[in-house]
Design a protein around this ligand. Sequence first.
Ligand code: FAD
Length: 405
Amino acid sequence: MKHCDVFIIGGGPAGSIAGAKLVQAGFNVKLVERQTFPRFVIGESLLPRCNQLLAEANMLESIENAGFQFKGGVAFQTPGKFEIYHFADNLGEAHNSSFQVKRELFDHELLKDAERKGVEVEFESEVIAYDPEANIVTVRTKQGDIERYQAKKVIDASGYGRVLPRLLDLDSTPKLALRRATFCRVEGDIRPADGTDGYIYVDIHGDNDAWIWNIPFNDGITSVGVVCTEEFFQSKNMNESEFWDHIIDTTPAAKARYAHAKKINDVGFLSGYSAAVKKLYGSNFVLVGNASEFLDPVFSSGVTLALESGSVAADLTIKELNGETVDWQVEYEDYMLRGINVFREFVTAWYDGRLQTIFFADDKEPRIKQSITSVLSGYVWNPKNFFVKNSGRAVDTLVSIIEAR
Ligand SMILES: Cc1cc2nc3c(=O)[nH]c(=O)nc-3n(C[C@H](O)[C@H](O)[C@H](O)COP(=O)(O)OP(=O)(O)OC[C@H]3O[C@@H](n4cnc5c(N)ncnc54)[C@H](O)[C@@H]3O)c2cc1C
C-alpha cells in the first residue's frame, strides 16, 4: 500500500489546478492520468474567470507565456440580428479577457506546471476501483500492475470518465434535453476585420434549431461545431460529415465565413454529454469539473466550472488537512450549485428563445448589458449582479418588459 495526502484522478484543468494549489500549501499529491498527454478534448473557448482562478493558483503566467489566442468577448448572430459582448464592459470584474485554446496544448501546459510545482503525475495509468470507507484507490499501471493508494482525501477530476459517479452510483438524470455536437477544425476562414477576430462567434441556425460555435486559434485554424437536439440531427437523415456541411451551407454567416475554408480533420461528434450527480462530495472524496456536473457548451462554461470547483475543493481540503472544520455542503456543494444554476438558467433560456429576445433587444440599459457580460465572463457568484441573485426571475422579468414595449 502506498500513501499520499491527496490522490487526484485525472489531469485535465480541474485536476491540475487542484493539485497545484495543494502542493503549494505543502501537501503531497499523487495524480493519475489514464491517457498520454497531449491528448485531444473538446472545449476550446475560455472565460475571463478562468484567468482569475489561474492567477490565484500561480498558473496564469505559464498560460500567458504559451501565447494562446486572445479572446475579448462573444458575439451572437442570426440573419438581421447581431449582438456583441465585450468582456471589458462588465460589472467591474477582476479580469476582462481570456483565451481560445487547443485543449491538447492548454491542458498539457497546466499539467506540466502542476508537475513543476511538485505534483507527482503518472500517465497511462487508470483508476479502476475505490473503497470510500478506507479511502483506498486502486490503479492499473501502464505496465499492468495493480497498485493501491491510501489518501487523506480523494479528488475525482476524471471528466467524462466519471470514475467515482460510476463506481459509487452517484449519477443522476440531467435536467437538460439530449443534445449532440458535431465538430471539426478548418483553416482558411474569413475572420471579422473589426478587431473581434479573436472572439467566439455564435451563429443561430434556422429557427433556433441549432447553433454553431466559431472558435479561432492564433495559427489560422478555427474550431467549428454544430449543436442541436438528437431529434433535429436524426430528422436530416445524414451522416455527421454531411450534416456539418449542410448546416454550414444553410447558415448565412457561416456560409460566408467558410466559403474558402478547408477541413483539416474528420468531423467528430459527441452526444448526451450533459451530466449530473446526486452528491458533489462524500466524507473522504470530492467531485470536481466534469466528473460532477456538466451543462451544455453554449456559454463555454465547462473549463471555468472545472477550474472553479478544482480550486475551491483544493482550498477546502487544505483547510481540512490543517485541522479546521469544513462544511462541505455549504462551502462546496451549495457554493458550486449557485454558480452552476446561473448558467443552467441561461442555457435553458437560450434553448427556449427567451435569451435571444434579451440579447437582440434594442436599447438595453447599460447595467443590463454589463450584468449579462459578467455572466458570460464566468462571474456567476457576484451578488451585485441581478442575474446571479435571481437568475430565473431576472430573465423572465426582462423578457416581459421587452415584449411589452
Ligand atoms: C460539445 C462540447 C463543447 C464544449 N465546449 C466548451 C468550451 O468552448 N469551453 C469550455 O470551457 N468548455 C467546453 N466544454 C466543456 C469541457 O470539455 C469540460 O468542461 C472540461 O474539459 C472539463 O475539464 P475536467 O478537468 O473536468 O475534465 P477533462 O478535461 O475531461 O479531464 C479529465 C481527465 O481525466 C482522465 N481520466 C478519465 N478517467 C480516468 C481514470 N479512470 N483514471 C485516470 N484518469 C482518468 C481523462 O483521460 C482526462 O484527461 C464543452 C463540452 C462539450 C461536450
